[in-house]
Design a protein around this ligand. Sequence first.
Ligand SMILES: Cc1cc2nc3c(=O)[nH]c(=O)nc-3n(C[C@H](O)[C@H](O)[C@H](O)COP(=O)(O)O)c2cc1C
Length: 239
Amino acid sequence: MKITVFNGSPRGRISNSHIIINSLLEGAKEAGAATEEIFLIEKHIGYCVGCFDCWSKTPGECGINDDMKNMINKYLESDFVGLATPVYGMLMTALLKNFTDRMLPLATPHIHKNEDGSFYHEGRVRSFPRVFYIANSGFPGEHNFDLLKAYLEMQKPVFEVYRNCGEILQYPADDSSTLSNNIMQFKNSLKTAGIELVSNGQVSQDTVINIHKQIISDEEYMAGANKEWDEELKNNDKR
Ligand SMILES: Cc1cc2nc3c(=O)[nH]c(=O)nc-3n(C[C@H](O)[C@H](O)[C@H](O)COP(=O)(O)O)c2cc1C
């Protein structure tokens, strides 16, 4: 089994998204899967120019010669694909959005109607990987994910992670504080999710609940973040 996660954070290897992906893939690897995390920021992926040549002149092939060809191959050779993003302006990053736009060659042009009245383009290949999503926000609370959830749930994912207070994951978590313990528990739950995904093809409700447990109170997170910014601004003398 192959699991590939496309990390859509512009912070790449130092991102909170990476911390989440790492724990999940650790579990998946332990359960026997071949795993890969791809940092989209390190790839050359131009914008979709909306020419539709991938539907007409060269069906299934994009005319832009960049890393996306390889990315599509990696996408299709996976059993599960994870798409990860920090919340940017209530939605996904431009990096991940562009990546999804460039998937257009995998669709066919004709429009079909779903029973619920929505419309779709049929896929060009016989089997697609099953997709899961990982999002993390800089704000505490749940409303940060409202818009993203509405979009992502339409894609019928096998599993979703919505981590608020994302910046807390940078906390070293190597002492015996409640905070460290909560971060460790979050990472362990992600690892369990990775194991379950490989072993059962889905993530149990218990694990989903554990992943979404509060790590830190809103007030504590706000106070810590505001203090850090105060110190940073003071050091830079830019207040
Ligand atoms: C341009 C920009 C827009 C952002 N918009 C939001 C937002 O709408 N809501 C939110 O909770 N956090 C927002 N954030 C904060 C990030 O989601 C947060 O820092 C996240 O933990 C970064 O994750 P990463 O390290 O995986 O990139 C924004 C950050 C940037 C740089």
